[in-house]
Design a protein around this ligand. Sequence first.
Ligand SMILES: Cc1ncc(COP(=O)(O)O)c(C=O)c1O
Length: 341
Amino acid sequence: MIDLRSDTVTRPTEAVRRAMAAAEVGDDVYREDPEVEALQEEVADRFGRDAALFVPSGVMGTLVLLRALVEPGAEVVCESDAHVVAYEAGAGALHAGVQFRTIDGERGRLDVDLVRPRLRPPTFPYTAVGAISVEETTNRGGGAIHGLERLRALRALADERGVPLHGDGARLFNAIVAAGTDPREYGEVFTAFSFCLSKGLGAPVGSLVVGDADVIDAARAWRRRFGGAMRQVGVLAAAGRHVLAHHVERLADDHANARTIAATLADAVPGSCDPDEVETNIVYVDTASRPAAEVLARLRDAGVLAGAMGEHLVRLVTHLDVSADDAERAAVLLATVLTDK
Ligand SMILES: Cc1ncc(COP(=O)(O)O)c(C=O)c1O
């Protein structure tokens, strides 16, 4: 099977498994796990920030930051399709006590001109603005990149209002590689942010939260309260260190494979796909009059898994376990399904 449902489906390589097996471990609640300490230091350095914290998942990374940065009852401004509102089962409202002020952006992106008029006045009894939150890259927005220019404008607005700019960087390294950005520039623009090791980077588990020392201390306490403080977790941190050392630059291959899929489809089935929209590793395909469910069932029969994002919208995500040949083959098979009488 060629599995293009998500970049979360990657399996650890032999080298990742070896790194995990060789990990030196200790009790991380005592801060005695050398792999975790090294991972956190390396990540903080890479982004030019004070500190980083290893957490079990992207959802927990966002949650501990919402708790550390935002007063319960305040509003988190984000895009209408953001992961934090769409896919986290109400966690932000339930566990961080925030409400979301959602704004329709373009391909999941916020822009300062969209956000400014939606910030409520800073006076009682208006709901307080607690944070502006953005995804880099956007998930439901199809892997679009905000980029530093937009983010700097949003950070200036956040500073003006005295609130943090929070980054959900589940796929931050896709943006870094695609745009050739220095990670330190992202480190500078976000007040605090998280990124995932277990998406395209290919680690089995884990995310990192990055920010100022006081924010990371608070996030550490919230991780504990949420039950996310782990013990001999160096076996997982070792996988994270390995993928950060070996799997970052290769994300460019995933982006090239996504472009190949888009170009093949746009050529074979005009109107099905816009290659100009493929900025990273996500491809959206319009199935026209064919129901996405039917297209997916036929694709599965042909050996390809993809996801439905709407009644007539299919999503393909490239990653570590998808070769250039797989990508080409999947695109040809999908084109056949879309054009079959
Ligand atoms: C933008 C974004 N944020 C957060 C997450 C959550 O990550 P996890 O499923 O590891 O908790 C995801 C997962 O796909 C994501 O795409």
